[in-house]
Write a protein that binds this ligand. Structure first.
Ligand SMILES: [Zn+2]
Length: 170
């Protein structure tokens, strides 16, 4: 009888603990959307900062790294991606997203994704394996393709779901 009530009490506390965590997560989700300084400090890098998590696969992203990419959700929230293929796949699922960007491979600068060319099939692996290498000019794209055993140079609009399926398989 005594044991049973102790167990009931533990269960109750366990439920309370989960409830409290859930509430904290809710408060965070609400606060983090605003301009609150404390929330911004605690979550530096969440969205538009220097680091964060890939919105597609959850892997860590550091801006300035090769293959780091991003976009802006319809709500205005900035999202990051650890790999170019994660960005393209996510864009395919979020037609209302805007301003996608990728990191130009040779200069490691962030450029509008639609202005870049993407070299496929190279021996330059991204954090998720086979990936597209973003470059700014046709000349640079050909240099990467020939120097790194690439197969194709694709424009932004040529990165179809079939291309992505192949990249995620490799
Ligand atoms: Zn990813």
């Amino acid at each position: 009888m005594h044991d049973r009530s102790a167990r009931t009490r533990r269960t109750f506390l366990g439920t309370l603990g989960r409830g409290t965590l859930g509430l904290a997560a809710f408060v965070c989700a609400t606060a983090c959307g605003g301009e609150h300084d404390e929330a911004a400090a605690q979550h530096a890098g969440h969205g538009g900062g220097g680091a964060g998590r890939c919105a597609l696969c959850g892997m860590r992203v550091t801006r300035g790294n090769a293959f780091a990419s991003g976009a802006t959700e319809a709500s205005g929230n900035a999202v990051l991606f650890d790999s170019v293929k994660c960005m393209f796949r996510w864009l395919g699922q979020h037609a209302d997203a805007r301003d996608p960007w990728t990191t130009e491979h040779l200069s490691r600068t962030e450029r509008p994704a639609r202005d870049q060319l993407y070299v496929m099939g190279t021996d330059i692996d991204g954090p998720m394996g086979a990936d597209l290498v973003p470059v700014d000019t046709r000349e640079h794209a050909e240099q990467i393709r020939t120097g790194h055993h690439g197969t194709l140079v694709l424009a932004f609009g040529e990165v179809t779901s079939d291309v992505l399926d192949e990249l995620f398989r490799m």
